[in-house]
Design a protein around this ligand. Structure first.
Ligand SMILES: Cc1ncc(COP(=O)(O)O)c(C=O)c1O
Length: 644
């Protein structure tokens, strides 16, 4: 049966503006039906109010109920709300059979493999090698020796780029990677090219982020030895035409390495039919544990490749004069592997096979269509990427009102909804699409239409809240700037010293933060501090480049104080509310203070003291480290100038 999240009931309520009685009656009915919160907040009641009621199909409820029962974590709560987990592109949740397989291995079968003659070791060895066979069958590999257990996709690509790359590339050669690649399919090839002198060529996507195979035909040359490409874009969800890419590359005598990280958990994989030369994926994106994955490679290629790492298990004989190496696959599995992980990976493969990829794919595609449609109801939300063949991934930004991805993720988190924000380890693609980051909703077969509804309702609430705040801000700004000329001409506001020294300022701020024990209240306090910051974003953006390493956009300028050049003052702003809060903290601590005292201040220790360290490490890309680094660089320049 094909699932469908159709709107089975389409109820249209026309509301005559100015007849409150009618409105109240209609809304209370709607409330009773859906438990809908304050719908009037989101609709312009001058227009007819369209209310759509979605009735779950039996597929939605039965299938979801059945599979969700297998995932203990999906029964838990986040921030006091049922967890709605939409970060499956980063890692998937684990079903009970996979958890049980791990527990069983460590409770009953744990021993090192390939070495012991005792029964336990042989049992562990048998299970490990049986897992290899299961995975070989799962991906359509004809030869089990071509299947090498690795830590994950990253390690597999490093293995191929290092071992095959260094043995086969030279100055005359080229490697092509697409402009959509995850950093793990870029950086290892950069290493290989740097080591061998080969050239790294980028196959750029179009403006939407789509790869056009005609473009590949244009850039591939007889110097191209390797084309390394994702099967599915982790940032946008687009499915790439691997068959065509393989055809073009092979016609050109080039090899193809496919990064299948985002494909394998959602579709059947057949490496033999794909015809590629190397294929890799990570177990944790296939409902298996972290720390285990697979590299599949053609035997004739693998056999000619030098070992990637040296150590136990990968050798045949070791002598100081000469070491010889084990045959495939051990040759590439130096040291004790993740035995339990491999066994659990095989269990995960069996688990999805039993559910059936037809069912999984249909369910996810129905969810994708439903989420696409419902997200279009969120004001100012722009989906990135085209509508070409896609996995159940939606990458979006909120532009009107403008809400930074970091703020969106934090708001959703409070509603129990987990999404990923940032550059998704695809910085070149983000640059190409001219965004600093996106919000990514990546779904799996256990997600439901109800979770999509919660996501959309939470986003609509956020948009409404932002619009209200922005209109209040612009009202008060227009009041303040009467007669003061064009705001673009105004000077940047450098914060004056809040106390006599950074230590004194720190003491004062600490009193406020230490009043709260829980992270939520500390976050609230940060947000409040951020609201007091002057709005300098547009002006600072014109003046300087973004602070690197930030998940949101952060601009910071600093200078010696004109009348006290041993002191440092700065102004900074961000498009993320929470980062504005962190800027306010930095500003109170450091702006207007002596450069020497700023450099002496133990900022990491201070964060620990006020209980913001865990918050900051969880949001490590929030820009704080980057800002502190920039403040230190500028303060150091002042002290150096003072010393000369
Ligand atoms: C397309 C793609 N390639 C590679 C990776 C890296 O995978 P891992 O961190 O499991 O090695 C990811 C992870 O998100 C990915 O999405």
């Amino acid at each position: 049966m094909v699932p469908a999240y159709v709107r089975n009931v389409e109820l249209t309520v026309s509301i005559e503006a100015g007849i409150p009685g009618l409105r109240l009656q209609s809304l209370s009915k709607i409330n009773r039906i859906r438990g809908w919160n304050q719908p009037s907040k989101y609709f312009n009641l001058d227009k007819p109010l369209q209310v759509s009621l979605r009735q779950s199909t039996s597929m939605d409820t039965q299938f979801a109920r059945r599979v969700r029962a297998d995932f203990p974590i999906l029964q838990t709560q986040m921030a006091g709300k049922p967890l709605a987990y939409f970060d499956n592109g980063a890692t998937t949740q684990k079903p009970q059979p996979v958890i049980d397989a791990l527990v069983k291995f460590y409770s009953e079968d744990n021993a090192n493999i390939h070495r012991g003659v005792y029964e336990l070791s042989q049992r562990a060895t048998d299970q490990y090698e049986a897992a290899r066979q299961t995975i070989a069958d799962f991906i359509g590999a004809n030869d089990v020796a071509e299947c090498i257990f690795v830590r994950g996709t990253t390690e597999a690509i490093n293995l191929v780029a290092s071992s095959w790359g260094r043995a086969n590339l030279s100055q005359a050669d080229q490697v092509i990677v697409s402009g959509l690649e995850h950093h793990s399919n870029i950086v290892p090839w950069q290493f290989a090219c740097e080591a061998t002198g080969a050239e790294l060529v980028v196959w750029q996507p179009d403006e939407q982020g789509d790869l056009d195979c005609r473009q590949l035909e244009e850039i591939i040359t007889d110097r191209t030895q390797m084309v390394a490409v994702q099967h599915v874009s982790n940032a946008l969800g687009t499915i790439h035409e691997i068959d065509r890419i393989v055809e073009i590359a092979h016609d050109n005598n080039s090899l193809v390495m496919v990064d299948g990280a985002q494909w394998v958990g959602h579709n059947p994989t057949d490496v033999s039919a794909l015809g590629c030369d190397f294929y890799t994926f990570s177990g944790h994106k296939l409902f298996a544990p972290t720390g285990i994955g697979l590299l599949w490679g053609r035997r004739d290629l693998l056999e000619k490749m030098p070992p990637f790492q040296g150590g136990g298990d990968m050798i045949e004989t070791v002598a100081f004069e000469k070491t010889t190496f084990a045959p495939l696959p051990s040759r590439f599995e130096a040291g004790t592997p993740n035995i339990g992980g491999a066994i659990a990976l095989a269990t995960a493969a069996d688990y999805v096979t039993e559910i059936g990829f037809e069912q999984i794919h249909a369910q996810e595609q129905a969810l994708l269509a439903y989420a696409d449609k419902r997200l279009s109801e969120v004001p100012g939300l722009r989906v990135l990427g085209s509508n070409r063949s896609k996995e159940a991934v939606i990458s979006f930004v909120m532009e009107a009102p403008n809400v930074a991805p970091l703020d969106i993720a934090m708001h959703l988190s409070k509603d129990g909804i987990a999404i990923r924000t940032g550059h998704h380890c695809c910085m070149p693609l983000m640059g190409h699409l001219q965004v600093s980051g996106t919000c990514r909703v990546s779904m799996a077969f256990y997600n439901t239409a109800d979770e999509v509804d919660r996501l959309v309702e939470s986003l609509i609430e956020l948009a409404a809240d932002r619009m209200e705040k922005q209109s209040k801000r612009s009202e008060s700004a227009s009041g303040e700037t009467v007669g003061s000329g064009d705001s673009a001409d105004q000077e940047i506001t450098f914060a004056v010293a809040s106390e006599a020294s950074p230590c004194d300022a720190g003491e004062k701020l600490a009193e406020e933060f230490l009043m709260f024990d829980d992270p939520e209240s500390k976050t609230e306090l940060l947000l409040e501090l951020g609201q007091e910051l002057p709005d300098d974003f547009a002006r600072l953006k014109q003046l300087t480049t973004a602070v690197p390493g930030c998940m949101s956009e952060v601009y910071l300028v600093g200078r010696p104080m004109p009348d006290a050049p041993e002191r440092f003052e700065f102004a900074a702003d961000s498009n993320a509310e929470v980062v504005r809060g962190l800027i306010a903290v930095l500003s109170q601590l450091f702006s207007g203070q002596k450069a020497t005292e700023i450099l002496e201040f133990d900022f990491a220790g201070y964060l620990r003291k006020i209980g913001l360290d865990s918050f900051v490490s969880a949001q490590r890309r929030s820009g704080l480290e980057g800002m502190v680094r920039r403040i230190h660089t500028l303060a150091t320049a002042i002290t150096e100038r003072q010393n000369t």
